[in-house]
Design a protein around this ligand. Structure first.
Ligand SMILES: NC(=O)c1ccc[n+]([C@@H]2O[C@H](COP(=O)([O-])OP(=O)(O)OC[C@H]3O[C@@H](n4cnc5c(N)ncnc54)[C@H](O)[C@@H]3O)[C@@H](O)[C@H]2O)c1
Length: 289
């Protein structure tokens, strides 16, 4: 079987690359011939969230998978909220790889807090990471794409950035903001032959969604009451989510969303900009915007 090469000779930067959607996309990019720079904090971001932190070993594993596919890899441990650190990383990519063609600004976090019980940090950690972190990524790396004479930027939003989320106001607000950021960037960067689009994932099978707090939220949305027993709640969440999903899929495999990012990063998408692309197992049918 011959290898595909939709991204042959391209250099891609991916944030949130240690695992989940970031890792699946890193491997999909590598399988299409792109060198990959994977950036991740590899540490706890929000101790209030039930999501376990990614580790340096997770990022190394993404690198191992990229190198196994053939292309070059560089792993960078950095926090997207730290703009100077991102600018240093961008300089390093220019020095070591000669530039950059694709930016997938994907790092993000999620936690659930009812508005009436929300503490200041519940709001600010999510907004700082998901909105400011994504804008920082764009601001730090877009100048390299301009120097290169064009390229592709993809930002990760969410269906929860297209409708309200029970006990998830900060997350919904942050992911809705990503759409505004994407559309504004598409207007500004088009003259540099840079396209900017958003990925809208449905519920994806990653550490972000596979924990007690997230199962409880899914059960509450379906009108039920969580038991607090992990296995029981996982099963109840699976049943409720499967029933709700038009394609009957409770959690979508991240490998089934990565091809959308490959398309948006490819030459084939040269006339796609300012658009939101959803892979939701059919849940998009419930969204009017
Ligand atoms: N999993 C889903 O159902 C789903 C649905 C819609 C949108 N999303 C979005 O997709 C993106 C990836 O999520 P995932 O499901 O792969 O989750 P994940 O937790 O598996 O991966 C997210 C990665 O981002 C990294 N990260 C978080 N904050 C960071 C920061 N400040 N600096 C650098 N790295 C940071 C984490 O360390 C982690 O490795 C996120 O933006 C998330 O909001 C996920």
């Amino acid at each position: 079987m011959t290898k595909a090469n939709l991204l042959h000779g391209k250099i891609a930067v991916i944030t949130g690359a240690a695992r989940g959607i970031g890792r699946a996309t890193a491997v999909a990019f590598a399988n299409e011939g792109a060198d990959v720079v994977g950036l991740d904090i590899c540490a706890m971001v929000d101790s209030r969230s039930g999501v376990s932190p990614a580790t340096p070993e997770d990022l190394e594993e993404t690198g191992r998978l990229v190198v196994t596919a053939g292309p070059r890899w560089l792993g960078v441990q950095a926090d997207t909220r730290d703009l100077p650190a991102l600018r240093t990383a961008a300089k390093r990519v220019e020095q070591e790889f000669g530039g950059l063609d694709i930016l997938f600004a994907n790092a993000g976090i999620q936690s659930f807090h009812p508005l009436l019980e929300m503490e200041d940090a519940d709001w600010s950690i999510t907004i700082d990471t998901n909105v400011t972190g994504t804008a920082n990524t764009l601001r730090a790396f877009a100048p390299s794409l301009v120097k290169r004479g064009g390229g592709r930027i993809i930002l990760t939003s969410s269906t929860q950035g297209q409708h309200g989320t029970l006990n998830g106001a900060a997350y919904s607000a942050s992911k809705w903001a990503i759409i505004g950021l994407m559309k504004s960037a598409a207007l500004e960067l088009g003259r540099h032959k840079i396209t900017v689009n958003a990925l809208v994932p449905g519920l994806i099978d990653t550490p972000l969604t596979r924990h007690e707090e997230r199962y409880a939220q899914a059960i509450q949305v379906a009108g039920g009451t969580p038991t607090g027993v992990l296995v029981t709640d996982e099963e109840a969440a699976r049943k409720g989510l499967s029933r709700h999903s038009p394609l009957g899929v409770p959690w979508i495999d991240p490998n089934n969303i990565a091809p959308v990012v490959v398309f948006l990063a490819s030459d084939a998408a040269c006339m796609v900009s300012g658009a939101a692309y959803a892979a939701t197992g059919g849940d998009s049918a419930n969204i009017t915007a």
